[in-house]
Structures are given as C-alpha cells and as structure tokens.
Design a protein around this ligand. Structure first.
Ligand SMILES: Cc1cc2nc3c(=O)[nH]c(=O)nc-3n(C[C@H](O)[C@H](O)[C@H](O)COP(=O)(O)OP(=O)(O)OC[C@H]3O[C@@H](n4cnc5c(N)ncnc54)[C@H](O)[C@@H]3O)c2cc1C
Length: 401
C-alpha cells in the first residue's frame, strides 16, 4: 500500500532539486521570460552537473529515468524513478517551469523513450535530448487522427508530414515523432520514431511566441521524405489491431503525472510567495475556525487544500507506475486536478497580492501566465476528464467522445 510520507531515500534528491530551483532557476527566471527564443545558456553547466549527480543512480529529478519498472526482480512495494522524478520536478518547478522544460536531456521525448523503447534502444539513446512531436495542424486532442506517415523502404522508414507546438523541438538533439504506418488500420498503426536533428528532410519551420513558459522553445517541424533508420521505431514494429493504441499511449501514463508535478511545483511557488507578501495582513492561524478568519485567510486555506489534494493524486499516479499497476485513470485524474489547480491558485495569488501580484517586480504574474500550459499540453483539462469518465464507466473512446 502507498505510504504518504516522502520516502527517506529521496530526501537528498528533493533538497538538491530545491537548491537548483532557488539558486539557479529563480535568478534567471525573468531574464528568459523577457528574452523569448534566447537559449538559457546557464542550463548547459547545470545539466552537466545534474548528469554527474545522477550518474549510476536509478533515481533522478528528470524525465529521463522515469519509466515503467520491471517487476521481475522486485518484491513488495517499490518507490522508484517515477515517484522520484515527480518529487524532483515539483521542486524544480517551484523555481521555473519554462527553464525545466528547456533543460538539456530532460525532454518529454526522453520520457517517451523510457516508457516504450526496448533494451537495445534504451542503451543506444542513453544521454540523448529528445522532444516529443504528436500535435499536427489538424490534430491536437484527438491524437488518433494524426496524418504524418511512415512508409517502410528497405532499412528505413520514410516520414512525411508536419508537427506543430513541439516543446524543445528546435533545441533538442532528437524528436520522438508519432506517425502512422497505415491510415487504414487506425490507431493501432501509430508508432513513434526517434528522428535526430540533422536528418535530411527534417526542417524547423517556425518558433512560436507564447503567453508563458517563454524560456522553452516551441517549434513547428516539417518532414519531407525524411529517411529514418528502421531500428529507430520505438518498441514493437508489428501493427497489433487487438492492442490498438496502447503501445504509444503508455507514454502518457508516465508523462501526465510529470506534468501534474510541474503544476504542483508552480502552485507551491505562488502560495509561498503570496503568504510572504501577505504576512502583515494574514495571521494564518490554522487553529481558528474558518468563519472567524478574514476572507483572504480563508481563501489561502482553501488554495492550500486544493494544492495538497493535487500533490497526493500526482504521487499516487507515479507510485502506481513504479509498482506496475495500471494507472491511466489516475494519471489523467492527477493531470486534470493539478492543471486546473495551478491555474486557479496562481491567478488567485495574483489577485490576493494586488499590485505586487500583477507587476513585473514579482514573479507571481509570470507564474500565472506559465500555469495555463499545464492545463493544456499532454492532454487538455477536458480530455483528461473524458478519459477518467471512460475508465469509470467502462466505455471505449468510440462509445464516449
Ligand atoms: C506551449 C505548448 C507546448 C506544447 N508542446 C507540445 C509537445 O511538446 N508535443 C506535442 O505533441 N504537442 C505539444 N503541444 C500541443 C498540445 O498538446 C495541444 O495544444 C493540446 O493537445 C490540445 O490540442 P489543440 O490545441 O489542437 O486543441 P483542440 O484539440 O483543437 O481542442 C480545442 C478545445 O476543445 C476541447 N476539446 C477537444 N476535444 C474535446 C472533447 N472530445 N470533449 C470536450 N472538449 C474537447 C479541448 O479541451 C480544447 O479546450 C503544446 C502546446 C502548447 C501550447
């Protein structure tokens, strides 16, 4: 059974991540919020440091080690890399979500590789920095509708199509691209391919200007007769119509708790700063009944409760992945709850802090802008609720749209 205490073995990692957030991310947060599309070069040294700290350790604060655990050699309850990754991300996003997303070798594509790759691929792609490209101009929430094609030609697959809104799509060394082997076979034919930058036929066509997470690049990429080695197809190349979409979708079971963890970290930053700014007006005495405290105090208590609920759902979803328990429903619950919570909490903190909340002297206004994406990417709020409803009611995606 899950233990709600933070495992002792992760406390060092959490402390390190908090240090990185406070001492490295926060001081450059505003700089890269204002200089959208400039590469945060400070991250290179930091990434090298983290690589060194994580070398030989199965636990880390990044996306790269998050994976579905093998239970063959494990007995009993396990607190593994999904949980440690989420705990680390919460701390790092207390610092800056955009900078975390821009960290070399910690892309969502890395989590996809960790979730779906076979042992040979895990070894071959170790140390790579990979973005993840699913979304297309006519395909967002309905990822089964992708049009990018992959056609086998000898030892290669030939990719054609366009991907948009690819986080780290220009800076990462590779992109994990979702493409269909045969549109006629529906979702079962969708596979993911690791395409390295520099492969002829792959071209970054645009960088987006955004509301928030401006430190992170968001690219549009075109694939024109792009030849990718056949061994770069992640996982099983067979089209298993019975298994359907399950192969590539497993990625989301790992990445949605990670996005939820980002939301938990950002909301904590907003709450902490709001409490500091309001300390002369809000006594925050938790022994007093809610009806006898000020409106601002009551609101802060309510936001804290929402935050705690989101944090526990996130840890549960990650812990289930570590223990090889099916967690699609819990991953979506965590993402839905935490994504909405972070947007609400960050905006409410802006409101409670008045001019300090809205002005650029504080990071609160930036966090309110950064928060919104956490309720959109890796599946929007509405789509997460739909997935939860399907799971609870035992309905397929055809039966409940
Ligand atoms: C900054 C940023 C970074 C991103 N990074 C990546 C990335 O790295 N890789 C990647 O592949 N994608 C990425 N995305 C894309 C993101 O995942 C999509 O934007 C998201 O999945 C929604 O797709 P859409 O924008 O096409 O909206 P649509 O699918 O067109 O949806 C529009 C609205 O309709 C709602 N909706 C859709 N279907 C339903 C339904 N069945 N029931 C109820 N409501 C519904 C949605 O919730 C949404 O509110 C990124 C997006 C942004 C903005």
């Amino acid at each position: 059974m899950i233990n709600l205490e933070t495992p002792r073995k992760f406390r060092g990692l959490i402390a390190q991540a908090r240090q990185v957030a406070g001492q490295y991310y926060r001081p450059i947060s505003r700089k890269y919020d204002l200089a959208e599309h400039d590469y945060p070069k400070e991250l290179d040294m930091l990434a090298a440091l983290l690589d060194g700290m994580n070398a030989g350790s199965p636990e880390s604060a990044g996306a790269r080690t998050s994976k579905r655990q093998s239970s063959e050699h494990e007995e009993g309850v396990r607190n593994g890399s999904n949980l440690s990754t989420c705990l680390g991300i919460m701390e790092l996003c207390w610092g800056d979500v955009g900078l975390l997303l821009a960290m070399p070798r910690q892309g969502l594509g890395n989590a996809a590789i960790a979730a779906v790759a076979n042992d040979e691929q895990l070894k071959r792609f170790d140390g790579i920095w990979a973005a993840m490209a699913i979304t297309e101009p006519d395909c967002g929430s309905d990822s089964a509708a992708i049009r990018t094609t992959a056609v086998r030609d000898g030892d290669h697959y030939v990719l054609n199509g366009e991907k948009i809104f690819v986080t780290s799509g220009a800076r990462a060394g590779a992109v994990v691209v979702w493409a269909t082997l045969d549109k006629g076979l529906g979702r079962a034919a969708i596979k993911s391919f690791v395409v390295e930058h520099g492969t002829p036929g792959m071209e970054v066509t645009r960088l987006e200007k955004k509301l928030g997470i401006k430190a992170s690049d968001t690219a549009a990429i075109r694939f024109s007769d792009c030849r990718v080695p056949a061994e770069n197809l992640l996982g099983n190349p067979e089209v298993d119509v019975a298994k359907g979409f399950a192969g590539v979708m497993e990625t989301f079971d790992n990445t949605r708790p990670m996005v939820a963890a980002m939301a938990v970290g950002l909301a904590k930053a907003s709450l902490d700063r709001a409490r500091e700014l309001l300390q002369d007006h809000c006594a925050l005495d938790y022994r007093k009944p809610l009806l006898s405290v000020s409106h601002a105090e009551a609101q802060l208590y309510q936001l804290e409760a929402e935050w705690e609920a989101s944090r526990l759902l996130t840890l549960k979803a990650a812990w289930m992945a570590d223990n090889r328990l099916p967690n699609s429903k819990e991953a979506s619950m965590a993402k839905a709850k935490a994504g909405r919570m972070a947007t609400d909490v960050a905006l409410k903190c802006v409101e409670l802090c008045g001019l300090s909340g809205y002005g650029e002297d504080e990071l609160l206004e930036k966090w309110a802008r950064d928060a919104k994406i956490l309720d959109i990417f890796e599946g929007t709020q509405q789509v997460q609720l739909l997935i939860v409803a399907r799971r609870l009611l035992g309905k397929s995606s055809k039966e409940l749209k």
